[in-house]
Design a protein around this ligand. Sequence first.
Ligand SMILES: Nc1ncnc2c1ncn2[C@@H]1O[C@H](COP(=O)(O)OP(=O)(O)OP(=O)(O)O)[C@@H](O)[C@H]1O
Ligand SMILES: [Mg+2]
Length: 686
Amino acid sequence: MGEDELRKAVLEGCPGSVEADVTEYLADMAVSVLEENSERDAFAEALSESYLPFLEDSGVSDEDAKAFCSMVVNSAFPTSQANVKDNKGGAAVADLNVLCRLPNLLMMYGGSTVPLLRNTTLEFVKGHRYGVVGANGTGKTTLMERIATKDIAGMPQTIRVVHLSHDKILRGVDATTTVKEYAELHGCDKESASSADLALALSNVGFDDEAMLGKAVVALSGGWQMRLSLACAVAQKANLLLLDEPTNHLDTAGVRWLVDFLNRTCIGGEIGGTALIISHDAEFLDQVCTDVVHFTTDARLAYHPGNFSKFKADVLRGDQEEADRLLENGPSKTGGGVGASMDFPAPEKIGQTAAARKAPVLTLQNVVFSYVEGQVPVLSDVNVKLSMESRVAIVGANGAGKSTLLSLMADRLKLSGSGELWWHKQLRLAYVSQQHLDHLGDCLHMSPVDYMQQRFRSGFDSETPEKEAKTLSASEETERKRCGIQFGKKSKPIQALLSRMEQVRHAAGNGGAKEFLYEVQWEGLGDAEITWERKGKLLQCGCEAMVDDLDERLWRAWAGVPQRPLSTEEVVRHLSAFGLAEDIVCNRKVAMLSSGQKIKLMFGAAFWTRPHVLCLDEPTNYLDAESVGMLQEALKGFRGGYAIVTHHDRFAEEVADETWTVADGQVSGAKRVWGKAKAKAKATSS
Ligand SMILES: Nc1ncnc2c1ncn2[C@@H]1O[C@H](COP(=O)(O)OP(=O)(O)OP(=O)(O)O)[C@@H](O)[C@H]1O
Ligand SMILES: [Mg+2]
């Protein structure tokens, strides 16, 4: 390109807020940068370095500045000559097959001055499936988010991108949204999907009868929710499918199905779909990838045709350690944060003698459970027990009833039919749900200490469905209304007791006696009129039954141990055992925590009540291998019992000595059989 044309491109394309003399100067600068750099990439880098400070001073936004630089680079090196040497596999690919090519990409992150990607090419070829690998913190997930929102200068707006990540699946879903409604909302957009496409996609993933389609989305098991959102992506005929750890929540059959689905859907075909996949799982990547995209240490993207094994052999020369690092499976400096371990506090013992301590602390006997009365039970004839020495893995297919079983044991679900749940009266139990990391999703702007204080403010763990307040009897209800008119605030009765806190009274003569204050919501009065009242006042207002009920529920949560004060010092002390330093606990926002630190906070919170027994539902989802290792060690060192739902065989083998299998509505299992059963299964299959 001639000098004059380049000058012209700069003068005409320069953002309006840049003054005329500065624009002239930028045009001259482009010419001299081109004289010194005959290669496209080098030119682009030098140009950005020279231009960006001027553009910023002239009030041009970061995005416009980048777009302008891109335009100048494209003028100096028109696309037909574009040097795509970064894309070794794609150099010979005809443009027709290219879904998207963005040369000279510069990607910044947050307030950081160091780019995540610079001077590199983002290119996707139709029908290819790219496994994205790179060490912890290189920006894989950020790149995916930016592609998903098309927040990259020059990205064609016509691409239909579907981004599948677990934390988004339940957005906008309420308790009654059915599978069909969800699919119509998420799976159809006017241009791409017809209802026939949608029905086909749904039936391909297993939603093939009206009963399944009429189910509430929240009533689907985790694995089935994942299948539903994949079906919606297919129906939209996404031509760019972004998958972040897609095998989480899926059972073995589900993973097999996903592999087959990706290989069928994304191969050239009529849709010509392309997929970008982040996974820790080398075996899974091997089965689905046609190319590997490598985030290099100098912030570029390098493309390698072939699956992960080929990449490992050719590029990494078989270096397993490096392979683990790129899949974030090895030790890293950032994953664990401060200290790469956590200690679960030892609970006090239940039972006086060694033998008594081996006795069950929780049993479910002869339980038959269905979510909807009259329907076929999800679980029948359940007889299980846990002691403080139990180390149980609960396994089974998606939708088998594992989460249901765990919630019943943890007393989060009310027994519906026959059977009995028994807890030792001193038992405290911590329950972590399958969507555990979602808990932190709403609290990203808070510090860990604020998070803990908010979560436990009412005395309960507000993140686990608490036991409902009891319904008052007719006479209690009459009493509440009658006394409320006489003694209530503005003559209103008490509507609900929200929480309770302990207060020390320093009045003369009472020796600093403690008493409880109850947080009162008054009927017909707004939140601004909530008050804290003594028990005497509540009795006067005819609410003895409500007080007893709240006291009883708190007793159950704390099993008679005094409720812990939620002071900053107490929270800091508690979280330090989980490897979180005071500075992080008080000053860092949850959003800024590494994944290892988030997991520490989550477990720290679950352990606030110093539980004897843990019920964990698929705790390894979302965890990188280092965090899985950290959790494994913490569990091994824990002096209480646990039951853990998992699809992760190796993890189960490490932490459990007893396996319960949920299948066909039944729970089967025998104590201490994991190792032997496995060995036997291996012996018979070989
Ligand atoms: N709230 C609910 N209302 C009605 N049905 C439900 C509800 N929750 C779960 N179910 C149904 O109960 C059955 C068992 O679900 P559950 O979540 O226990 O399975 P799971 O074994 O944990 O599966 P996954 O591995 O996919 O998490 C499924 O058929 C599910 O659709
Ligand atoms: Mg489940």
